[in-house]
Design a protein around this ligand. Structure first.
Ligand SMILES: Nc1ncnc2c1ncn2[C@@H]1O[C@H](COP(=O)(O)OP(=O)(O)O)[C@@H](O)[C@H]1O
Ligand SMILES: O=P(O)(O)OC[C@H](O)CO
Length: 497
């Protein structure tokens, strides 16, 4: 392909993730023109606490966006920007100086588990579920924002005087990119705060009061494809419109062209998130899944059921960084394959508690079935298998809630691992489809911006652009499958007990 094969104007997608910031420029056919990525430090000040320095978030976003932009502009012009982000992560900043008043409290952070437990005792959970589709868990932004207001000296008084702004990472980046002119978020990110009423599409006064978050600090909530203002001309040498925004899991579903009820995708990055489109209706889960906004376009809201797993690729990073049994993530497939079975070794990676469908913030990880012969292949296989079993638990919950999946579309860094994808198809008993573009999160943000910029007229044009790379068909015997699932259920029971 020559440079001139690309269809301009291009779209710059900013994908601010949990462990790295990425910027990818796409052409209008959905092909990658240029990209850049930078990791940044994670801070763990106490057991169960996870923080990011917002300046690291900003600096890595800025440098990757500028690098991808400069590379792309050698072959065409960038016309629009889409933003997608790690969700729930909470930042409060000074409206005058744009300086954060505390580190970002990351979605994985469990410090407000006690607050959530106390609110549950007071009977708040059914109200949270009815209004936001969520559960009472430290995962979501509300208790994180209140924690900052209570623990940074003078913050509450300053918030009451409208001197502070709250945002998930998208809102913080939009604020900085527009030079402090726009304080806005999109409906998907708002739906992850525990403060946003997903039925009426507005900040919920009762929840603001219960969670003790003043309305004065909240951003405006826009559609996912909308006018979010222009970037400060100094950033890219000219102003560029920011016109597409969605939380990363919702953006991945858009990049996977999940626009019809029943369409389902699973993204394997640091964590794993399964989203199934439920149309314009909110499906209330009876199996501890979340109801959430899939996207809002032209004022019309589509919803999804979501299963959130906190540790997926992070288990592989743990093998590499803490245990040192691998040097790089790619080694895990060969290690897993070197064993005919898992030989009874299971890992339950509850490093930051367990998410759906258990919601056990105090659970901690376990490895079971170790024998003297267990070695690094067993650990690698158990880590990969754990991601699959957690997905299987979610798929069971989704099926019980009435969604009937025919195939599962997968994406994210971990799906490069063929062994894991085959094991996933085997355990689910469903075909697993991997698309050609694995960067579906960034692609989804680019599509949203492209819609607002007028490059795409409808979601049908996005459906047409989806391309299959590989389909993994279930091949394992029913007996072997059940043995594995039983072994996992046993390890899980021991962890939860
Ligand atoms: N071949 C592989 N096998 C297993 N895990 C992998 C492989 N390649 C990458 N990963 C895992 O995928 C994750 C990176 O995926 P990515 O989508 O970039 O994550 P995020 O956006 O959450 O930072 C890492 O946790 C890494 O350990
Ligand atoms: O940064 P990721 O890809 O691990 O995604 C994080 C999720 O948005 C958390 O809800």
């Amino acid at each position: 392909m020559t440079m001139t094969d690309f269809e301009a104007p291009f779209i710059l997608a900013i994908d601010q993730g949990t462990t790295s910031s990425r910027a990818i420029v796409f052409d209008q056919a959905g092909r990658i023109v240029a990209s850049a990525q930078e990791e940044f430090p994670q801070h763990y000040p106490h057991d169960g606490w996870v923080e990011h320095d917002p300046e690291d978030i900003w600096n890595t976003t800025l440098s990757t966006a500028r690098a991808a932009f400069a590379e792309a502009e050698k072959s065409g012009e960038v016309g629009a920007i889409g933003v997608t982000n790690q969700r729930e992560t909470t930042i409060l900043w000074d409206r005058t100086t744009s300086a954060p008043i505390h580190n970002a409290i990351v979605w994985q952070d469990r410090r407000t588990a006690d607050v959530c437990a106390a609110l549950r005792e007071e009977g708040l959970e059914p109200h949270v579920a009815a209004r936001t589709g969520l559960l009472l868990d430290p995962y979501f932004s509300a208790t994180k924002a209140a924690w900052i207001l209570d623990n940074v000296e003078g913050a509450r008084e300053r918030a009451e005087k409208s001197e502070l702004a709250f945002g998930t990472v998208d809102a913080f980046l939009i604020w900085r990119l527009t030079g402090g002119k726009v304080h806005a978020t999109d409906a998907t990110n708002a739906s992850r705060t525990s403060l946003y009423n997903i039925r009426d599409n507005r900040w919920d006064e009762i929840l603001l009061e219960k969670f003790r978050v003043p309305e004065s600090i909240l951003p405006q909530v826009f559609d996912c494809a909308a006018d979010y203002g222009e970037t400060d001309p100094e950033i890219f040498g000219r102003p560029l419109p920011i016109c597409g925004v969605a939380g990363d899991q919702q953006a991945a579903a858009i990049g996977q062209a999940c626009f019809a009820p029943g369409d389902i995708k699973s993204t394997y990055g640091t964590g794993c998130f399964v989203l199934v489109h439920t149309g314009h209706e909110i499906v209330e889960s009876k199996n501890k899944l979340l109801s959430t906004i899939a996207y809002r376009l032209n004022g019309e809201t589509s919803y999804a059921l979501e299963g959130s797993i906190f540790i997926a690729g992070a288990a592989i990073q743990w093998l590499r960084d803490e245990l040192g049994v691998i040097k790089s993530a790619d080694e895990t497939a060969a290690l897993a394959e070197s064993l005919e079975t898992n030989e009874g070794v299971y890992l339950v990676p509850a490093f930051t508690g367990l998410g759906a469908p258990h919601w056990a913030p105090d659970a901690r990880g376990a490895i079971t079935g170790l024998t003297r012969g267990a070695g690094k292949a067993h650990f690698a296989r158990a880590a990969l298998e754990s991601v699959v079993y957690q997905t299987a638990d979610l798929m069971t919950a989704i099926a019980r809630d009435g969604a009937d999946a025919k195939t599962l579309r997968v994406d994210g860094g971990m799906v490069a691992n063929d062994w894991t994808m085959q094991f996933l198809a085997d355990m689910l008993g469903l075909p697993v489809e991997r698309p050609k573009v694995l960067e579906t999160t960034a692609l989804g943000a680019a599509y949203l911006a492209g819609m607002q910029a007028g490059y795409f007229q409808s979601t049908d044009e996005i459906v047409e652009r989806w391309r299959l790379d590989a389909r993994f068909q279930p091949a394992m015997s029913g007996e072997a499958r059940q043995k594995n699932l039983d072994g996992w259920a046993d390890a899980l029971r021991r962890t939860l007990d």
